[in-house]
Design a protein around this ligand. Structure first.
Ligand code: PRT
Ligand code: ZN
Length: 299
């Protein structure tokens, strides 16, 4: 197929976003063959190819239309947006979807011994970070004068080395902070992965595939928590049982052959079904309860 007809998507080459990104694409039906140099992946069953790159390069690759789409952390995207703005340029990438992976937060963290009583405590301090633009915006909006110490990595050891008083860094479980005797004090940004696209208009074939991909991504995100539940119940208990089924709008109710007072209920629950729910259903008179994962869903 003509190269102009194939979508190019930028994905992190090796890092925290790589596996969840490829997993999402696989759930969307993409079969990928990797190129010899491992820098490209070719869609075998979709006109979509992948360029494997450093995550920091993804916003520019998409903005400059080298790639049509990109999967990147909101933290990286926002930092780049502010960096461009500081240079008088405008970010032109467009966020298409917020995704359910790569969750973390950009937070201020202080050494265990240091007191922190709100943003005022930051006044006159030296703050180490790899996100100087987001930190600068935060301080400006809070009307706080502090010194930003821009580092390219290993931010968490800066206070011990005497290079800074506190840090502004990404946190997920918090164990890195803890290991470095730092305490999370304030969150500046809640982050997650996002799908972005180029500002440039796409050829109709490409546009159509972007739409199809988005529909599949929505389907994947929806089924993640969804369960298909089947059970037998006394007809009289129907109102109570319907209330117990989490996030299901209209269950299918089928008469049970030979027992006029019992019915079969099938429902898609758009939330996880916990043991507690099953126990309540049983208490309400349900039997033969079966919970199945939903593989695909198209509204
Ligand atoms: O080589 P390349 O430049 O592509 O990779 P990278 O080293 O810049 O990025 P990588 O793979 O570390 O992270 C990619 C993206 O994952 C980030 O931009 C975030 O959007 C997201 N993400 C999610 C995280 C974390 N969670 C995270 N925990 N990025 C970094 N961390 C760091 C955190 O700062 C700490 O140092 O991981 C360490 C462990 O965190 P704790 O809190 O679980 O201890
Ligand atoms: Zn990076």
């Amino acid at each position: 197929m003509d190269k102009e007809q194939r979508l190019k998507l930028a994905v992190q080459k090796s890092g925290r976003l790589t596996d969840p990104s490829l997993d999402l694409l696989q759930r969307c039906g993409l079969k990928l063959s990797r190129g010899k140099d491992q820098l490209m992946g070719f869609g075998e069953n979709m006109p979509l190819d992948i360029l494997f790159v450093r995550d920091d390069d993804i916003p520019d690759l998409v903005q400059e239309d080298v790639c049509d789409l990109g999967l990147v952390g909101l933290n990286v995207l926002e930092e780049r947006r502010l960096e461009l703005a500081a240079r008088g340029a405008q970010a032109r990438f467009e966020v298409l979807r917020k995704l359910d992976f790569g969750r973390c937060r950009l937070s201020l963290a202080v050494p265990e011994g240091m007191s922190f009583e709100g943003v005022g405590s930051l006044r006159g301090k030296r703050i180490a970070t790899t996100y100087p633009f987001m930190l600068e915006r935060f301080l400006r909006e809070a009307d706080i004068k502090a010194e930003i110490v821009t580092l390219s990595g290993a931010v968490e050891i800066a206070p011990r080395l005497g290079r800074a008083d506190l840090v502004c860094d990404l946190v997920s479980t918090g164990s890195t902070l803890q290991a470095n005797h730092l305490r999370e004090a304030l969150t500046i940004l809640e982050s997650h992965a996002v799908l972005i696209r180029t500002p440039v208009a796409l050829a109709p074939v490409k546009s159509e595939w972007v739409e199809r991909l988005l529909m599949r991504i929505d389907g994947v995100e929806q089924v993640k928590e969804s369960k298909y539940i089947m059970l037998h119940a006394p007809r009289a208990a129907l109102p109570q049982i319907r209330k117990l089924l989490p996030g299901s709008e209209s269950p299918t109710i089928i008469p049970l052959e030979g027992s006029p007072e019992r019915v079969v209920i099938h429902a898609v629950c758009r939330e996880n079904v916990f043991w507690e729910t099953l126990e309540s259903l049983k208490k309400a008179g349900a039997t033969a309860i079966l919970v199945l994962p939903v593989e695909k869903m198209l509204a």
